[in-house]
Design a binder for this molecule. Structure first.
Ligand code: SF4
Length: 357
């Protein structure tokens, strides 16, 4: 009991916690943990909850890698392969911008049939046609794939992205950093240290990125804490992560056998702990596409200050069972945040406030 009291005191004094203390946070009851995370959230943002008007584009599902948790890539479970042409990507971008999207979030599978120019040419054409839109594209896993497939260095891929007009990097491909778990989940894909190295290099170019963590599958609580602390260490050096996004594992249509799925309590505890541990990453995002909108709304009381966006259309999480395929209407999204007692604030991709509702 004294240990728990000491831990609470330490959090209230805003002292940094280590691995052991991070794990011990899970032993606090949900309400205490929520209160601690909420105190920090309120200190930073009061009742503001951020979101943006964005459109996800997933240009191909053909993949050279085989991640056990993936339901998106074309495989025995999903035989419907597709790869978009630049014209198709541009048509989606045009429609999204006409509907008010300020960010295009572009993430692909690792298609060995597409060259580097398929990626960069698409970004360049979007940039030329829509100079104002924010292009968030290319996970560290995709960058590593282009490096493996086409012999380019990470620096060369990152410079090509800058030249093509990419503004920021999404946080995908991080999964869980623990090497053993990672080897089982997604052997052959970008390693943990490579993922961190790529983000470091991107930050060194003066650019920002997100960081994710896929949880609720075969990892332990200790692995989650380790994951967060590795991000905190890099953030101390670069300051380039603008948000941390805990992604809840989706269980359908994949090859991973998971016995026990995380409860709502476990998900909320993980949001709250990320808010407490990641004292140097400004925003904690409850990505409703994986947590469900209901839990994301509650997560606002457990440290999360960002609900991602309207999304408009999403293919990766919805392939695995998430209810995000058609996104969310702006009016509904705003009303839900308000009804939950928070102030919806539309932001741009770098968290500049655009409109308070
Ligand atoms: S998670 Fe990404 S890299 Fe892994 S199989 Fe799916 S699409 Fe391919």
């Amino acid at each position: 009991m004294d240990l728990q009291k000491d831990l609470i005191k330490k959090v209230r004094k805003r002292e940094r916690l280590n691995q052991e203390e991070g794990e011990a946070l899970y032993n606090l009851d949900l309400y205490t943990l929520g209160e601690l995370a909420d105190e920090i959230r309120r200190e930073k943002y009061a009742k503001k909850s951020y979101f943006n008007i964005n459109r996800h584009i997933n240009p191909t599902n053909v993949c050279a890698d085989i991640c056990k948790f993936c339901a998106y890539s074309a495989s025995r479970k999903n035989p419907n392969q597709y790869t978009m042409s630049h014209e198709e990507i541009l048509a989606i971008a045009k429609n999204a911008v006409a509907n008010g999207a300020k960010e295009l979030h572009i993430v692909s599978a690792h298609n060995p049939n597409d060259g580097v120019e398929w990626y960069m040419g698409a970004f360049r054409k979007i940039r030329k046609q829509f100079p104002e839109v924010h292009i968030k594209a290319m996970t560290a896993a995709e960058i590593d794939f282009l490096h493996r497939q086409h012999g380019l260095s990470y620096d060369e891929v990152l410079d090509a992205m800058l030249e093509a007009g990419v503004d920021s990097m999404p946080g995908g491909g991080a999964e869980i950093f623990d090497e053993k778990v990672r080897e089982y989940l997604c052997k052959g894909k970008v390693t943990s240290s490579q993922w961190l190295e790529i983000h470091r290099k991107w930050h060194e170019r003066g650019k920002e990125s997100n960081a994710t963590m896929l949880f609720g599958h075969i990892e332990s609580r200790a692995h989650r804490i380790d994951h967060m602390l590795r991000l905190r260490d890099l953030q101390d050096e670069t300051g380039g992560f603008n948000a941390f996004i805990p992604l809840v594992y989706q269980k359908e249509n994949n090859f991973l056998k998971v016995e026990q799925f995380p409860t709502g309590q476990e998900i909320l505890k993980t949001y709250a702990i990320s808010r407490i541990l990641l004292d140097n990453i400004p925003h904690i995002k409850a990505y409703w596409a994986t947590s469900t909108i209901n839990l994301a709304l509650i997560a606002q009381e457990f440290g999360a200050d960002d609900l991602d966006g309207t999304i408009e259309k999403e293919s990766i999480q919805s392939a695995a069972g998430a209810a995000s395929a058609q996104g969310m209407k702006l009016d509904d999204f705003v009303a839900m945040i308000k009804n939950a007692g928070f102030t919806p604030v539309e932001r741009d991709s770098l968290y500049n406030e655009l409109k308070v509702y």
